[in-house]
Design a protein around this ligand. Structure first.
Ligand SMILES: [Zn+2]
Length: 160
């Protein structure tokens, strides 16, 4: 180095292609939820016998009051809900569910499924933030060939 300011050439290394397929158990209640979704195209929730809150998807423990929950507490819910919050995303990233870059923009929503007391997050169709409002009603749109996973829900469409 001579002490003079020189532009540095930034180099890269190529690590090649990495493939890392994996799978994991979604548990008893997760399996019930996605099996029902696949077969009935409806959501299952679970009603806490202590505090009365209904959560979707079903879980073993009530979040608000820590009550143990059982299969007897499972309830059928609608395929409709209300937008509680949303965000139009313009930042590209690799979707962990598919391993592919998700096309932008897309809208991610926090949806209160009718009959439940919590939030279910998923994609809402439409990306014009001036036309999407908190409080709008949405309905789940399912793909034709249901496989029993979260991609069975293509998106939630705004119905009013
Ligand atoms: Zn509870």
């Amino acid at each position: 180095m001579t002490g003079e300011s020189k532009e540095i050439e930034l180099l890269t290394n190529d690590s090649g292609t990495l493939s890392m397929p994996y799978e994991w158990s979604i548990g008893k209640y997760g399996s019930l939820f996605f099996k029902y979704l696949r077969e009935k195209r409806r959501f299952l929730g679970i009603r806490c016998p202590r505090c009365g809150k209904v959560m979707v998807p079903p879980r073993r423990i009530c979040g608000p009051c820590f009550q143990d929950l059982g299969e007897k507490d499972i309830v059928e819910l609608s395929d409709t809900g209300t937008i509680m919050a949303f965000s139009v995303v313009n930042y590209p990233f690799i979707d962990p569910a598919t391993g592919l870059k998700r096309p932008i923009p897309y809208t991610y929503g926090y949806i209160n499924i009718d009959g439940s007391d919590n939030i279910f997050s998923h994609v809402i169709n439409g990306t014009d933030e001036t036309k999407i409002k908190v409080g709008m009603k949405v309905r789940a749109v399912f793909r034709e060939k249901m496989e029993g996973n979260i991609q069975d829900i293509k998106y939630f469409e705004i119905i009013r």
